[in-house]
Design a protein around this ligand. Structure first.
Ligand code: NAD
Length: 321
């Protein structure tokens, strides 16, 4: 069995490898050769922790396994990150444990890769301004991954506490792009692509603020009750997702489905666009919206990729199990 510790991941995993792994598994999901198992998430009644599993099987890549982990709010005080996750891969032929891989950085990279894949397939080719809503842990990963997908000339950003935007400003400077802290109205009026990456439970961005032709990647809503954009915006958009079942239950579309603004059949899995089974964006004035809910198969895909890289570079720990 191979172990790839968390501390090795940064030197191994690249954004392009994450993009490739996520794009491939979305395609497999849409073609029916990969599927996610039901998500388990429990408040365990200890340390205020939320703990659970995301799992699945990709028959094409033979990736079988799970990501286990969750949220321990007291960790920061102990000098460790509140979000903790570990990915376990199993041999699909024998069920033997194949690998244990640190999942913290991989979660950020695979989430950012999902937004990037959506931008690659759905945003207008001439997109110039990228808007980011949110400035937490995930935001800078989103900015780096999405900025690579088009010839962006400017970054605009909004956060509930604008003073926390300095991290994004630094990343934009590193990328050589001008950066502006803006109001939501200004963000919507300027942006060609918008990423929302907050833990909000109320709509932040509204249909009236978004201009025609925009692509929006809603990445923050991964739990029942969370919401980042209003139902009118979902209703006005051509809607795509990683997995329809998650989109309507724990994703951004849960609210628009509940109030019947859209129907389940209005939501297309992005993999269908990647496979060429759906045309994707219909016109330059259409708003496209990607509901990135985060699926277990994304975790398995990047973990498998990192195991290959670790073996190739000789940093994988091999143990008898
Ligand atoms: P974080 O706690 O580091 O940052 C949270 C961000 O949300 C901050 O910018 C904060 O200002 C903003 N925010 C919180 N409540 C808000 C509100 N009511 N209105 C406006 N802004 C608000 O979190 P993070 O690690 O950056 O993650 C952001 C979100 O992404 C979380 O909801 C997390 O669960 C989700 N997430 C999704 C995936 C996925 O695959 N889709 C993966 C990882 C994380």
């Amino acid at each position: 069995m191979i172990i790839v510790p968390e501390k090795e991941i940064a030197a191994l995993m690249t954004r392009s490898a994450a993009f490739e792994a996520v794009e491939k598994v979305f395609a497999s999901m849409a073609s029916g050769s990969a599927y996610n198992f039901p998500v388990i998430r429990e408040a365990i009644g200890h340390a205020d922790a939320l703990y659970g599993f995301k799992s699945g099987f990709d028959r094409a890549a033979l990736n079988l396994g799970l990501k286990s982990g969750g949220y321990w709010p007291g960790n920061a005080a102990k000098g460790i990150t509140n979000h903790q996750s570990t990915i376990f891969l199993f041999d699909a032929d024998t069920g033997k444990c194949r690998a244990i891989v640190g999942g913290n950085l991989l979660t950020a990279l695979r989430t950012a890769a999902a937004a990037a894949v959506s931008v690659a397939h759905l945003a207008r080719q001439d997109a110039k301004v990228l808007g980011i809503i949110g400035a937490g842990h995930q935001a800078s990963y989103q900015l780096r991954a999405v900025a690579e997908q088009r010839g962006f000339e400017k970054i605009v950003a909004w956060n509930r506490s604008p003073e926390k935007l300095d991290g994004l400003r630094d990343v934009a400077a590193e990328l050589g792009l001008p950066f502006e802290s803006v109001t939501l109205d200004e963000l919507g009026a300027q942006s060609d692509v918008i990423v929302t990456i907050t833990s909000s439970f109320d709509p932040i961005l509204r249909a009236a603020q978004v201009r025609p032709g925009t692509h929006i990647a809603c990445m923050g809503t991964d739990t029942k009750g969370k919401q980042e954009v209003d139902n009118a915006l979902v209703g006005a958009a051509n809607v795509f997702t990683d997995e329809r079942a998650q989109s309507i239950s724990i994703g951004e579309c849960q609210h628009a489905i509940a109030d019947r603004t859209i129907q389940e059949a209005d939501i297309t899995e992005l993999g269908a666009v990647i496979n060429g089974d759906h045309p994707g964006r219909g016109s330059d004035v259409e708003i496209t919206l990607f509901d990135g809910t985060g699926v277990g198969l994304q975790d398995l895909a990047v973990a498998s990729s990192v195991v290959d890289l670790a073996v190739e570079k000789g940093v994988a720990l091999e143990v008898e199990f």
